[in-house]
Write a protein of this length. Structure first.
Length: 69
């Protein structure tokens, strides 16, 4: 099963970030997904993403997790 991040606005509604957002591919495991968001959270915030939710396939693993410092 692939791990992905759902990008959300401050209310939790899913959003499509601006073109400046870093792109993500499905991750093979939770650790890789968490490392990626730990590296790119500032760029996601700058692209209009307020929070993220981690998904394994269609299942919510956790979130929403705010990106503001």
């Amino acid at each position: 099963m692939a791990w992905t991040w759902r990008y959300e606005d401050p209310t939790g509604a899913p959003i499509v970030p601006t073109d400046s957002a870093p792109t993500q591919e499905p991750f093979p495991n939770q650790a890789d997904a968490e490392s990626w968001v730990g590296e790119f959270w500032r760029e996601l915030l700058d692209a209009g993403v307020a929070q993220v939710t981690l998904l394994e396939g269609d299942r919510v693993v956790y979130g929403p997790m705010g990106l503001s410092a």
